[in-house]
Design a binder for this molecule. Structure first.
Ligand code: A3P
Length: 297
């Protein structure tokens, strides 16, 4: 069964999570977690479902927008994806196709039919320094945030794994294992940093993976619609129904707090030299078994 857990330190930093089997989850995760995971496991999957998996703040909304434009053939912004984590299965099952379903959980928590090859899974990863900065700003912006405290306190919780969905490192290593061992062909892995470098190539790669065929002009249109600056402009004037409740719980800014800077290397504006050295030490230890190298700038 799930418990709520509040972790605090002597400097007044505090984080509130739901815990299930020792792992922290966001407090808006459905119900007691266990029942929802059971229901998700049996959820009916459709061939044209797209599941976007990520550790928080790695570009989930970005990929979801691209996937939606590629699945529907219309380059309209659809708003946030529907998260498996925060929505009842009954609701998810009634959504029209093509569904873009996101989650911050790992592959083993997806519906059984996905793990047997139905639907498509796009995993996106981002270097953990920028992901940490992004999550900190997000939590500072929302009312009734589950974290209260300083950037330094946040970073310690982040590195200790006292963070929603556990540590970035455990999550990434789990995905790396899945990508190496999973025999199906319905999963792809993208990097936020690669998308920033060459978005058209990433859009083309996603289209190929989703088995949708368009001429280059449409792929370019999707690319242009999904640059950071265009998305921000669009979203400012067009809050979608599924985001209106979310907007109400955040500040008065009509821009979803999801969209902040959209850059690689913003961590340099936040990390002190000491924090960076400490982070690098932990990174080297935790990632020693990984063959993967992230780019931080
Ligand atoms: P920053 O806070 O660094 O700006 P998620 O969707 O997983 O919550 O990730 C949010 C992060 O992705 C935010 O990072 C957000 O600005 C960034 N992002 C969203 N759309 C983007 C885009 N089109 N281009 C680049 N970054 C984008």
């Amino acid at each position: 069964m799930c418990d709520y857990l509040e972790v605090s330190d002597s400097e007044g930093n505090c984080i509130r999570t739901k815990r299930y089997q020792g792992k922290p989850y966001v407090d808006i995760f459905v119900g007691n977690i266990e029942d929802h995971l059971d229901r998700l496991s049996c959820m009916e999957v459709r061939e044209d479902d797209t599941f976007v998996l990520s550790y928080p703040k790695s570009g989930t909304h970005w990929i979801s927008s691209i996937a939606s434009m590629l699945r529907t053939g219309t380059s309209d912004y659809i708003g946030s994806p529907h998260f498996l984590d925060y929505n009842e299965v009954d609701f998810l099952e009634k959504l029209p196709s093509p569904r873009i379903l996101a989650s911050h959980m790992t592959f083993d928590r997806l519906p059984r039919q996905v793990r047997e090859g139905k639907g498509k899974v796009v995993v996106v990863s981002r270097n953990p320094k920028d992901a940490a900065v992004s999550l900190y700003h997000f939590l500072m912006k929302i009312n009734q945030s589950a974290f209260k405290g300083s950037w330094d306190g946040f970073l310690k919780f982040y590195l200790d794994g006292n963070m929603f969905y556990g540590s970035w490192f455990d999550t990434f290593l789990d995905w790396e294992r899945t990508l190496q061992t999973y025999k199906g062909d319905n999963i792809m892995h993208l990097l936020y940093e690669d998308m920033k470098q060459d978005l058209l190539s990433s859009v083309t790669e996603i289209a190929t993976f989703l088995s949708v065929t368009y001429d280059v002009s449409y792929l370019k249109e999707v690319t242009n619609k999904c640059t950071f600056s265009t998305m921000v402009k669009t979203i400012r004037g067009d809050v979608k129904p599924q985001d209106q409740g979310f907007i109400k719980v955040v500040s008065n800014d009509p821009l979803l707090p999801i969209y902040r800077k959209g850059e690689v290397g913003d961590w340099k504006n936040h990390f002190t030299v000491t924090q960076n050295e400490y982070f690098d030490k932990i990174y080297a230890e935790k990632m020693k078994s990984s063959t993967f190298r992230f780019r931080f700038e």
